[in-house]
Design a binder for this molecule. Structure first.
Ligand code: GLN
Length: 378
């Protein structure tokens, strides 16, 4: 068999989690909470099952959940989303991203991505014959030069992918940056995939940003979101995609033959849980407390801490400790010091060694205290 993805191996998240488990290390690599989901939400799943919501959900998603999402966009962003024409429930953010790319990318199309980039973008583009055009951003500020991006745009450019707030950098593109992107794309036929799965985890009084608020972007965008990040339920694999009617129509042609529909009881449970959206408004301060705990706890360590404006990842630089390459250093931290992280180089196509590790702080305070104790001794 000729591999369709010859350069792709097992994801770094699986690799590091497997290594962490094998060495009984504290796992701050793969991004998932180690604390419990709200028992009330769990009970709502049981309730939905007992009520008989155990057969196929509608292909586009349960009406109640789509209505809850529409309400969220109205109340948080003051934007209107049509539950029937513009919104599809997916099996997590990753399936939404995969389906959006499958929907629009044809062989020879170019897709601009910003590195460090979340790991699924490039292989999915390549699977559909697209050519990845990476824009390399470097630590510590990971600034985007939009004039440079403009020089990469041509008649073959089909799609730009952004991730805001950004995994792994923790950087947030504010409204001004999004407006610049809007100006860049105006008058072109380039589409945008905006991965907003960490939209409700933003710090220091920043507010959530969605490209849906910018008309020139909205008319060309697939916006992807995830309930795993919102509700501490990464194992439920439920997310959604918002797009203009024409794009949604095409998106659903692929979606219906990929998963057809997403597990029903959890959709009903989430819909009921989100009747009170104050939960969403409190999420940022919940994670900001954890960011501060980790950041402040490492102030006396030999690591240098990079800025973190959103997401639940903090990046730390170890150039004061070792010259080792990132993956090797991350592995030795796991096996010798019993703490697993993600090497930043995993998110770049070409080899980089910025001596930076990504640390997940979606963890109990006691886990973070243990992590701080270990990292302070290195
Ligand atoms: N989104 C998670 C992270 O960044 C990983 C998800 C996965 O394991 N594929 O760590």
């Amino acid at each position: 068999l000729t591999s369709k993805l010859p350069h792709v191996g097992t994801t770094i998240f699986t690799k590091m989690t497997t290594l962490a488990n094998a060495h009984q290390a504290l796992n701050l690599s793969q991004g998932f909470p180690d604390f419990e989901t709200d028992p009330r939400l769990v009970k709502l799943v049981t309730k939905a099952m007992e009520k008989g919501n155990n057969q196929y959900a509608p292909m586009i998603g349960a009406q109640a959940l789509r209505d809850a999402i529409v309400k969220k966009y109205d109340q948080i962003y003051n934007v209107e989303v049509d539950a029937t024409e513009q919104l599809t429930i997916t099996s997590g953010g990753t399936q939404a991203i995969f389906t959006a790319i499958a929907t629009v990318v044809k062989p020879e199309d170019e897709v601009i991505i910003f590195e460090p980039a979340y790991d699924c973008y490039a292989p999915t583009v390549e699977l559909f014959g697209g050519k990845v055009v990476p824009v390399r951003l470097l630590a510590p500020d990971f600034r985007i030069d939009w004039d440079y991006v403009a020089t990469l745009m041509n008649s073959k450019t089909r799609l730009i992918i952004i991730n805001n707030p950004n995994n792994p950098t923790g950087k947030v593109l504010g409204k001004e940056e999004l407006i610049k992107l809007g100006a860049l794309l105006e008058g072109t036929s380039i589409l945008l995939l905006s991965d907003e799965v960490y939209e409700h985890i933003v710090f220091d009084w920043a507010s959530s940003q969605s490209v849906l608020e910018i008309p020139t972007l909205r008319e060309r965008s697939f916006v992807v979101a995830s309930f795993g990040k919102l509700l501490h339920t990464t194992g439920w694999k439920i997310g959604y995609c918002v797009a203009p009617p024409q794009l949604t129509h095409e998106f659903r042609k692929v979606h219906q033959f990929n998963v057809f529909s997403v597990n029903a009881p959890m959709q009903f449970a989430i819909a009921e849980y989100l009747e009170d959206i104050s939960y969403i408004r409190e999420l940022s301060s919940f994670f900001e407390g954890k960011r501060n705990l980790l950041r402040d706890g490492l102030k006396g360590s030999r690591f240098t801490i990079l800025p973190c404006e959103g997401t639940y990842f903090l990046n730390i630089n170890y150039s004061g400790i070792s010259n080792e390459e990132e993956f090797e250093f991350a592995c030795s931290l796991t096996t010798q010091h019993k703490i697993a992280t993600i090497p930043l180089s995993a998110f770049y196509k070409e080899v980089t060694n910025q001596q930076v590790l990504r640390v997940c702080f979606a963890k109990k305070d006691e886990t973070l205290a243990n992590a701080i104790a270990i990292l302070n001794q290195i």
